[in-house]
Each structure stands twice: as structure tokens, then as C-alpha cells.
Design a protein around this ligand. Structure first.
Ligand code: TTP
Ligand code: MG
Length: 383
């Protein structure tokens, strides 16, 4: 199965949020940062970049370069709010997301082709959802590994979408300057230039002994990158405190039978995500939003290791007993928290072992053919 990694990075993030919230700033050189005379630029809009302003530049210098700039202090709470929103979108697109910073993440898209009709369609969907749900633009890189994906997302900023295919990867990166490789700064680039190496293609072909002079024990890893090879896995973000899924239904749910069917499907989705992140949890939360938008949550904690779809479903159904149907249910959600690492596939009684094997078989199918290939029980019939 072909590996596909997506890297998404928001464009001029803090500055774009300011332009979003204050439309009168659109099209203007907006510079976000400490506004005291000793402050530095956090970031600036692309309009300001034309004047040579960039992140980490002293504000004083930015004022010299761009006196007509609109200087604004940062509003971190607001950036975090939007950051959460985009991370939520990512987690709905891929079960394995690694957040790198406030505005960027890797998504492991391996095995999702069937789900979205190809990885390119998935990349377009991510961009569309970001735009529709936040009003901002992000740039996407799609490639066989993390190194290439991160490089790709940067190549056509802003609002970019760049795909580096498996076949063309090496050829694609060969003409680019060595500084495009993360970690090769001006110093190393200067040293390499003395050996006649300025492009990634040349870096791929130069004697390893030369690279050892510049990169020491990292020489081989650098040369691997130069031929487009990078085996680092996407690692689920450590911050993940809960893993959940929720769904808003087109028609309000009015019976327990329908609720159970919905929970069956949600349990499969949550379980798959929990296991892909090599996690198990101890607290299950059921979220219910009613037709009048009032919200209720019910939780249950246990010492047991919860990671199987069946356990999640069973606990969700127990919690459902506390739920009144009221005027109808608009949204249902299940999340697992109190997480710890480990598959919980250690010691097990025979019956439990069977369950785990069945879950593992389902995960394998989903990984290979996309998450939609199989879902639980009666739910499939409804689709
Ligand atoms: P970046 O993604 O590096 O920059 P950006 O989103 O502003 O612009 P680009 O279109 O090139 O991706 O960083 C994300 C945010 O992190 C940025 O909006 C502000 C903040 N940041 C700082 O506060 N200081 C810094 O030195 C950098 C690089 C970023
Ligand atoms: Mg960015």
C-alpha cells in the first residue's frame, strides 16, 4: 500500500485571523507582534512581506521597511480558538494527526483513497473545509513522506496545493536549493557550496565522506532525504486528551432504537481512531445535542482498558439509558478520555482475545481500503 502524508500549514496565520475579524484590514500590510519598541514581529500578511518584513524581525526594523503597515498586538486566545477548529477538521479527515505547531499538522492519509476518491480529492476537501468553516486559507502538501509533504506545502504558498508523487519525488526535489531541507541553514549551505553542492540533486550524489565533514553522524540521514526517503512515522499528538467523533443528523432522532444504531456506527469510528493512535481509555463520554440546541453530556469511568468497538458501544448504550429523548436529538457524540498508550492487547481471556482479533481485522481492512469499507451491524443498511 502506498504511503501518503499530508502537511497543512495556515497562511500568514495570526495576520490572516486579524484580517478575518477586522475586514477593513484586508488587502493591507498587517504586522502582528509586540508593539513595544523592543518587540519582534510574530508574523505579517503577505502584503507586508512584499516590503521585506518577516517573523522574528524587530518591530523597529519593520516600521522602517513598511511605515504604512498596520501594527497590531496579538490575540493568542483567538488564534488558539481557530487552531482548535482546524485541528478538529484534520481529525475528522484522518485518524492519525500530528500537530506540529499552532497552525500546522501532518495527516497520515495512507489507506484513505477509497474514502475520498483519491488523496488529491482529500487535499481539496481539507482546503475547502478550512475555508468554509474558518474563512481562512491554508496550504497543503501531499507526498510519500513527512519531509516531502512539509516541503510541498511551502512551495506554492499562500492557498497552495502541491502534490509530489512517488514516481517523481526524486526528480522533483533535485533542482531545489539545499536550504529547502529542514535543518540545512545558511552555515551548512555555505560549507556545501565550497564542495560545489548547491542543489538537492547534487547533495544526493556527492561522496558520503564530504557530507560527513559538514553533517557529522547525520550525513547519511541527510543524503537519504536528498533522494526523497524519510521513514519517520506520523505520531499522534501528545496533547490528545480525548478521542471522539460526533455526528449531526439530517433528521432529528426520536427513538432509542435509532440512537443505538447511531452509537454503533460512532463506536466503530472512535474505536478505530483510538487503536490507530495505539491508545486505550478509561472514561467514556456521551454527548447529546437536542433539537433546541441544548447540550447534555454523560460520562462513565472504569478501571478497565477500553479500546474495542464492542466495549465502547456497550458503555455508550448504558449512558444512553440516562438520556431523555425530549423533542428529538440533533447530534450524538462519543469520546474516550483518560487515555494511555498501549493497545491493551496484552493478557486477555479467550473471549476478549477473539474480540481484539476481530477489531484488529477490521482495522486492517479500513487501513487498506478506507474507513468506509466496513461499519458495524445494521447501520450499513441505512446508508
Ligand atoms: P508560520 O506557519 O511559520 O507562519 P505564518 O502562518 O504566519 O505564515 P506562512 O504563510 O509562511 O505559513 O507560523 C505560524 C504562526 O506562529 C504565525 O502566524 C505567528 C506565529 N509565529 C511567531 O509568533 N513567531 C515566529 O517567529 C514564527 C515563525 C511564527
Ligand atoms: Mg503558517
Amino acid at each position: 500500500m502506498l504511503r501518503w502524508i499530508m502537511h497543512v500549514d495556515m497562511d500568514a496565520f495570526f495576520a490572516s485571523v486579524e484580517q478575518l475579524d477586522r475586514p477593513e484590514l484586508q488587502g493591507l500590510p498587517v504586522i502582528v507582534g509586540g508593539t513595544s519598541s523592543r518587540g519582534v514581529v510574530s508574523t505579517c500578511s503577505y502584503e507586508a512581506r512584499r516590503f521585506g518584513v518577516h517573523s522574528a524581525m524587530p518591530i523597529v526594523k519593520a516600521k522602517q521597511l513598511c511605515p504604512q503597515g498596520v501594527f497590531v498586538p496579538g490575540r493568542m486566545w483567538r488564534y488558539k480558538e481557530i487552531s482548535n477548529q482546524i485541528m478538529e477538521i484534520f481529525s475528522e479527515i484522518s485518524p492519525l494527526v500530528e500537530q506540529l505547531s499552532i497552525d500546522e499538522a501532518f495527516l497520515d492519509m495512507t489507506g484513505t483513497e477509497m474514502l475520498y476518491g483519491g488523496v488529491l480529492a482529500a487535499a481539496k476537501l481539507v482546503k475547502e473545509r478550512i475555508k468554509r468553516e474558518t474563512g481562512l486559507t491554508g496550504s497543503v502538501g501531499l507526498a510519500p513522506n513527512k519531509f516531502l509533504a512539509k516541503m510541498a506545502s511551502d512551495l506554492q504558498k499562500p492557498d497552495g496545493l502541491t502534490v509530489i508523487s512517488h514516481e517523481k519525488a526524486r526528480e522533483f526535489i533535485a533542482p531545489l536549493p539545499v536550504t529547502k531541507i529542514f535543518g540545512i541553514g545558511k552555515g551548512a549551505a555555505e560549507q556545501l557550496r565550497l564542495f560545489g553542492v548547491t542543489t538537492i540533486g547534487q547533495l544526493a550524489q556527492v561522496e558520503l565522506s564530504v557530507l560527513q565533514k559538514v553533517f557529522g553522524k547525520n550525513a547519511q540521514a541527510v543524503q537519504q532525504l536528498a533522494i526523497g526517503i524519510d521513514d519517520r512515522p506520523v505520531v499522534a499528538s501528545r496533547e490528545a486528551k480525548s478521542i471522539g467523533r460526533e455526528h449531526t443528523y439530517e433528521r432529528d432522532i426520536t427513538s432509542y432504537e435509532e440512537c443505538k444504531q447511531a452509537l454503533l456506527s460512532l463506536s466503530g469510528e472512535v474505536g478505530y481512531r483510538v487503536r490507530r493512535q495505539d491508545c486505550l481509555g478509561h472514561t467514556l463520554t456521551l454527548k447529546v445535542k437536542y433539537a433546541d440546541f441544548t447540550l447534555k453530556t454523560h460520562s462513565y469511568s472504569t478501571d478497565r482498558d477500553i479500546s474495542c468497538d464492542e466495549d465502547i458501544y456497550e458503555l455508550a448504550c448504558e449512558l444512553l439509558e440516562k438520556v431523555a429523548l425530549g423533542k428529538g436529538i440533533r447530534l450524538l457524540g462519543i469520546s474516550l478520555s483518560n487515555l494511555e498508550k498501549g493497545s491493551g492487547f496484552g493478557l486477555a481471556f479467550e473471549e476478549e482475545l477473539k474480540l481484539k482479533q476481530r477489531n484488529a481485522a477490521v482495522d486492517d481492512l479500513k487501513k487498506r481500503f478506507g474507513e468506509d469499507i466496513i461499519s458495524r451491524g445494521k447501520v450499513k443498511k441505512d446508508k
